[in-house]
Write a protein that binds this ligand. Structure first.
Ligand code: BV8
Length: 258
């Protein structure tokens, strides 16, 4: 049986699905991943170096400019068929009173723009910024990027509400993530190199909870050898094919059986 049909059958049987996504899910929207080389001005910078509290403290103007540039990129691109397929999966499962959580490492907000509602942003969002002194948050739309770095109203600086390397993940997001992992019977890892902790270990929690594990990724990762099913290729192609197959299987079932 072709892999995408196997996955469609597993999704039809699943009672609760947890999906971990990484930068690869947004690649087909035109957003660079952390490991693909950036073009232009930012090509000479290593995202792993810039996405740190130390870099912001040492060079607040550079890091603020980088996040402003990443925000404008995220604003100007569109969700791709992979994002839409995951939103469709959430609707499919929710209509059948089954669980579905999108646990994303991405800060671009594209899952929500595609219609996903049950999104856990474990590394925060670029669409909200906060004062470094008071912690008070503002939506990005309330900020003016006419000077870098951006002074806050309280004598501090404005920083994006994201998790930098060396920072703790948001407590509520972690609680919601662990709840989703512990109740899932199917775990999908999509478009992530599975190298950043603690996200890279989420698959172990799902596996310990008895879930089947699936990887959908352009390249092999450290997780590939241990998953129950690995589909190699672009998520924007694979996920829509799986959803087409799922809809076919569901419509072939006697009504009320899915
Ligand atoms: C933490 C937000 C507790 C910012 C991100 C020393 C000191 C402190 C911590 C550590 C330390 N050593 C290790 C750690 C832990 C550290 C860590 O994991 N480091 C790594 C480098 C080893 N983790 C942390 O610091 C975390 N906090 O541990 O707190 C703590 C606190 C203090 C001290 C100790 C412990 C916080 C981690 C969060 C960092 N913030 N993002 C921003 O976005 O700017 S991480 C960022 O990088 C992303 O969010 C994402 O998580 C990660 C990139 O990974 P991916 O998303 O997987 O992207 P990548 O490019 O790697 O891979 C893309 C994949 O997609 C590839 O496999 C490719 O093949 C595939 N692909 C490409 N195109 C497609 C595709 N697949 C399908 N279809 C396609 N079309």
């Amino acid at each position: 049986m072709p892999d995408h049909e196997t996955l469609a059958r597993w999704l039809l049987e699943a009672r609760s699905v947890a999906v971990l996504t990484g930068a690869g899910v947004s690649a087909e929207s035109g957003l660079a991943t952390f490991r693909d080389p950036e073009e232009g001005l930012w090509a000479k910078y290593d995202p792993m170096e810039l996405a740190t509290i130390g870099a912001f403290e040492r060079e607040p103007e550079l890091v603020t400019r980088w996040y402003h540039w990443r925000f404008t990129r995220a604003r100007d691109v569109q969700p791709n068929p992979g994002h839409h397929a995951l939103a469709q999966l959430e609707s499919f499962l929710t209509a059948r009173e089954r669980g579905c959580s999108i646990i994303t490492q991405n800060i671009d907000g594209l899952h929500q723009r595609a219609g996903s509602q049950r999104v856990i942003e474990i590394h925060g969002t670029i669409h909200r910024w906060r004062c470094t002194k008071t912690g008070r948050e503002k939506p990005l739309s309330d900020l003016s990027f006419d000077r870098f770095p951006i002074p806050s109203d309280h004598g501090g600086l404005m920083r994006p509400c994201i998790v930098w390397f060396g920072e703790m993940l948001p407590e509520q997001a972690l609680r919601d993530t662990f709840a989703a992992l512990e109740r899932c019977d199917l775990f999908l890892s999509v478009g992530t190199s599975a190298t950043v902790q603690p996200a890279a270990s989420f698959i172990e929690i799902a596996r310990a909870a008895g879930a089947r594990t699936v990887e959908i990724n352009k390249d092999a990762t450290l997780n590939t050898g241990g998953v129950d099913l690995a589909l190699r290729g672009p998520s924007g192609v694979i996920l829509p094919r799986v959803m087409e197959q799922l809809d076919e299987l569901a419509s072939a079932m006697p009504s009320g059986d899915t």
